[in-house]
Each structure stands twice: as C-alpha cells, then as structure tokens.
Design a protein around this ligand. Structure first.
Ligand code: GTP
Ligand code: MG
Length: 392
C-alpha cells in the first residue's frame, strides 16, 4: 500500500498530481483546505491485513483504515476542464460518503468477526424496531462471554427495565387526567373505557367528565351520551381557555377525566391549547395519548412538541393495529415517558389494560417474529458500523 499527500493551489491540480504519481486506481482518503491551498491524501494498493498492525504509526493506521477494494472504490477521474467549484464540492462529498460507508463496513465486519453474538443481537433488535442507539447501548451492557440465548434474555430484560410504567393508579386511587394527542388516536375512547371501569370498581359518585372538545362536530354529543349512559355529570367549559376555572370547581371528585380536542401537533392551535393546559398545572395531570400504530418518528415529534407540558405519562392505543412496536417503545424509553395503560381494540371497556413493561417488550418481540421482519444487512452495516467507527 502506498499513501501520498499532496498540497496544491486547487483541487484540480492536486488530483492531477496524485493521478500522475499513483495512477488510475488511486483512492482519495481525505482532503482539507490549508494556507497553501488544498491538501489531499490518497492511497493505492490497500492491504487489509495491515489494519491490525500495531507496528504501523497510529496516524497512518487511521488513514489506512478504509481498505476498500478497487472495485468498490470510486474510480479516480480527473475533473473535466470546465468543472465548477460546486461540482468539485459535490464530488468530494460523494467521495466522503463512500469513504464513510467503507469505514462502516470495515467496522461491522470486524465486529462480526470478534463478537458474532453481539452482531446477531443487534440484528434481532433491529428487526423488533428498537432504535439503533438503544440497541447498541443494550448490547454494550452485556456481560462478557454470554451466548445468544443468554444475550436475548439480557436484552429483553434490559429493555423492560428501561421502559417505565405507572401501574393502575388512576383506577385505584383517582386523579385529574387530561387526554392529549393528535386527531383520532383514541383519546375519547380511552376516557370512556376508564370511566366505565371506575364505575364498575367504585360506583359513579366520585367521577366527573369534562368535555373541552368544542372543536370537532359531535364531540360534545359523544361526551353527553356517555355521561347519560353512566349517570355521571359532564362539565363543559365556556371556552377552552376557561378550563382552569372549571377544574377549580371540581374538587370533590376523586376521578376527573378531561377530553380535549385532537389536532395535528404542528398546528398553532394545538400549541395554544398546550399553553392553557400548562396553566392548569396543579389542577390536572396531562396524559399523552399515542397510537402505537403511528410511525416512530411521528411519535417522537408528538412527545417532543408536548414536552413543555411535562406529561406525567402516556397511554398507548391501537396496539392491535401496530405492525411493529420496537420503535414506539424506543421513543418512550428515550423520553423517559412512563406508560399507564394500553388499548388494543375498540371495545369499551374490555380493550384496556394497565401497562406492564415485560409484557410490552415480549409483545414487540412476538410481533417481529410473526411478521417475519428481517433486518436489511446493508442498513445494519451502515448503522452499527458507523456507530462503532465513530466510537474508535
Ligand atoms: N383498532 C383500534 N381502534 C381504536 C382503539 N382506540 C380507539 N379506536 C378507534 O379509533 C377511532 C377514533 O377514536 P376516538 O376515541 O374518537 O379518537 P380521538 O382521539 O378522541 O379523536 P378526535 O377527538 O377526533 O381527535 C374510533 O373509531 C375508535 O373506536 C384501539 O385501541 N384499537
Ligand atoms: Mg375525541
């Protein structure tokens, strides 16, 4: 392997000099601007075996790390005479990306060789939908020398330890809960399920319902019909902004369930309502309602946009519609947001249960198995190889 470094007034001249010295198979390793122009490091004839060589100077080992084959390497071609600075910039970006990808591949191959159990577990966690940083963290915590079966147990136990749950506390001892979330996620349905269950356990006396959704047509009728059916009062604030005054009058009820209007979390109105809810802080407990069938990225956005409200917990709905659960669980773990209840169907009150961490994680594993999810090998290499490379 031969590595050279050239400084020239501009990239074109540097590349030409490298081609003349190393030939068409030269591979650009890095480039940077300096006081004398552009400094380009290039190499030819990589030798992968040298990567482990301790005798090689550290700096050289680092630059030599991308031992990619010539077939995979970008062919070295001199830029056309009229190439603009932008085109050159783009070419460099492409080269950089290719280089990073090769580094990731190397790191992944090395990891597979040294620790096949870790690699298999990372693959399985990806199939479950667990976020890459969390998967890497879990695998990084494994005791040395565990086999695959033990490793699986450790990662499942680790996931369920990180996943927080609240227990059945609203139905046990009451609370003042406002259900907040995007449109159609199941806010009113979980409210109805909890109301019915409370009555079955404690009777209707100490329960009050608040219908603050004055936005959606039929939302008020829905709440009044529920109140009538259960024999409990339904309170309606004059305007959403009057919610704090209304709540301060409802202090003899042990459980107050507050329905709020759904909206896109990017909607300005949603944000304005969050401000009102935040002003009710000591009078209510905000609970996010998140549909497990929603894409993990969208869940993360909802959690992030509602963070100022400091929700104490969330409810996971539409579990029965979710194709994968790992992404949702990762988002909750990352946000340290405890789950109170999970809903897995439309039936009131049957399809609701208090969240249990191990049960949720086991369900995520089962779902991945039954859907036959397979991790994309190339994606794994890029994700975990990149991460491993970044750590070196
Ligand atoms: N499959 C399934 N459907 C559910 C679940 N929870 C609620 N739904 C259904 O989802 C639809 C919307 O439920 P709602 O409770 O009205 O949702 P919402 O969040 O109050 O909706 P908006 O008030 O319009 O924002 C209804 O058809 C519910 O029956 C669930 O866990 N699984
Ligand atoms: Mg509703």
């Amino acid at each position: 392997m031969k590595i050279v470094r050239h400084t020239a007034p501009d990239m074109r001249q540097a590349l030409r000099a490298i081609r003349e010295q190393l030939g068409e198979d030269a591979v650009i390793l890095s480039s940077r601007r300096g006081p004398q122009g552009v400094e380009v490091t290039a190499a030819v004839d990589f030798d992968a075996a040298r990567l482990d060589s301790a005798a090689e100077p550290a700096e050289l080992r680092v630059t030599a790390a991308p031992a990619f084959t010539n077939a995979a390497a970008p062919a070295f071609t001199a830029p056309p005479g009229n190439a603009t600075a932008e085109a050159m910039g783009n070419e460099l970006k492409t080269l950089r990306r290719m280089l990073e990808s090769q580094l990731a591949q190397l790191a992944w191959n090395e990891r597979s060789r040294r620790n096949p159990v870790h690699v298999e577990l990372l693959r399985e966690l990806s199939e479950i939908g667990v976020a890459q940083d969390l998967a890497d963290h879990l695998v990084g915590q494994l005791p040395a020398g565990v086999d695959l079966t033990q490793g699986r147990r450790f990662t499942v136990a680790g996931l369920s330890q990180y996943l927080l749950v609240t227990g059945d506390r609203w139905l046990d001892s009451g609370g003042r809960v406002a259900f907040i979330g995007a449109t159609g996620v199941g806010k009113t349905t979980v409210l109805a399920k909890l109301a019915v269950r409370w009555i079955l356990r404690h009777g209707p006396k100490e329960l009050a319902l608040v219908a603050s959704d004055t936005v959606r047509i039929g939302a008020q009728d829905q709440m009044h019909a529920l109140g009538q059916l259960l024999g409990v009062p339904v309170h309606v604030p004059e305007r959403f902004e009057a919610l704090p005054q209304l709540l301060s009058r409802l202090n003899r009820h042990r459980l107050v369930l507050i329905d709020t209007p759904g909206a896109s979390v990017r909607d300005g109105q949603f944000e304005a309502r969050l401000t009102v809810l935040a002003s009710c802080a000591p009078l209510l407990e905000p609970a996010l309602v998140l549909a497990a069938s929603t894409q993990a990225g969208a869940l993360e956005e909802t959690i992030q946009r509602c963070a100022a409200l400091k929700p104490a917990s969330c409810l996971l709905t539409k579990m029965d519609e979710a194709a994968s659960l790992g992404g949702a669980l990762s988002a909750l773990i990352r946000a340290r947001l405890p789950v109170s209840y999970v809903s897995d169907g439309q039936r009131v009150p049957e399809d609701l249960r208090p969240a249990r961490a191990l049960e949720l994680v086991t369900q995520a594993v089962r779902l991945a198995k039954s859907s036959g999810a397979t991790a994309d090998e190339d994606l794994l290499r890029r994700r975990f190889g990149k991460l491993a490379h970044a750590k070196t």
